[in-house]
Design a protein around this ligand. Structure first.
Ligand code: F6R
Length: 244
């Protein structure tokens, strides 16, 4: 628990930078699982800053994003491709072929195979070293909405009404928010060697309390993280305020 989201984000950015630098010394690649949304923005700001200061290179980094709306064209202002480019990828020296974001533009008949291939790609690079997460008010991680199972894998899902309401202002109205998304599964997330879930502000305090202290259940997918043996919740004081 940190005094504010700025210092909390700095601590997460430092941990990611240490991993990247350590892997570089070992001549290995660092594999990051990345999230979008408002929560990780300051972490990306710090990573960009470290890069500009010459302290951090992303030449040996491979990334996998958690999710993308479906359908979604990559060049849309609403796409997570655009979000990641704007907040991180356009400002660092990552090799474009090392970036993976679920493709919201593929045809319905290709989705199943596409999702299996996404899982394969993660496995083929040796799995995710650090997965960062936000948390939705439904208790979703990635877009694994209530009802997602512990072993779920990358797949097409239907977004919860509350999630679509939360996204409504970004899309200028709930009716414009896509009804579906492609997301890594809970099982995909749980396979990461380290998980860091971040949450800021009082609006997240109730779901954070349920995720950390509640009974493990499918209706709050973030509770599955209690099963992971290397998972940190990084919170500001407001998000931690309902913990007992
Ligand atoms: C985003 C994602 C979502 C968000 C969550 C919180 O890639 O997977 O689970 O992390 O909806 O969103 P914010 O950070 O906007 O509150």
């Amino acid at each position: 628990i940190h005094g504010n989201s700025d210092v909390a984000s700095l601590s997460v950015a430092n941990e990611i930078a240490s991993l990247i630098n350590q892997k570089q010394e070992e001549g290995k690649k660092a594999v990051l699982g990345l999230a979008t949304g408002s929560t990780p923005v300051k972490v990306y700001d710090y990573l960009v800053q470290f890069h500009k200061e010459g302290r951090l290179s992303f030449k040996n980094v491979i990334t996998f994003n958690l999710d993308e709306y479906f359908p979604m064209k990559p060049d849309s202002i609403h796409s997570y491709v655009r979000f990641m480019n704007e907040h991180l990828f356009d400002h660092i020296d990552i090799e474009p072929h090392n970036i993976h974001i679920p493709d919201g533009n593929i045809s319905m008949d290709e989705i199943r195979k596409y999702c299996e291939d996404y899982e394969e790609k993660i496995k083929n690079v040796g799995g995710i070293d650090i997965q960062i997460l936000g948390i939705g008010r439904t208790g979703h991680i990635g877009f694994n909405e209530p009802g997602s199972t512990l072993n779920s894998k990358t797949r097409l899902i239907r977004l919860d009404r509350m999630t679509r309401l939360d996204a409504a202002s970004d899309f200028f109205g709930e009716e414009n928010v896509p009804k579906r998304a492609i997301t890594m599964g809970v099982g995909t997330i749980m396979s990461a060697r380290k998980i860091i879930l971040m949450a800021w502000g009082e609006g997240k305090s109730s779901i954070v309390q349920q995720a950390v202290e509640g009974k493990i259940k499918e209706s709050v997918p973030a509770t599955f993280l209690q099963h992971h043996d290397n998972c940190d919740f990084v919170l500001d004081e407001a998000a931690a305020s309902s913990l007992t």
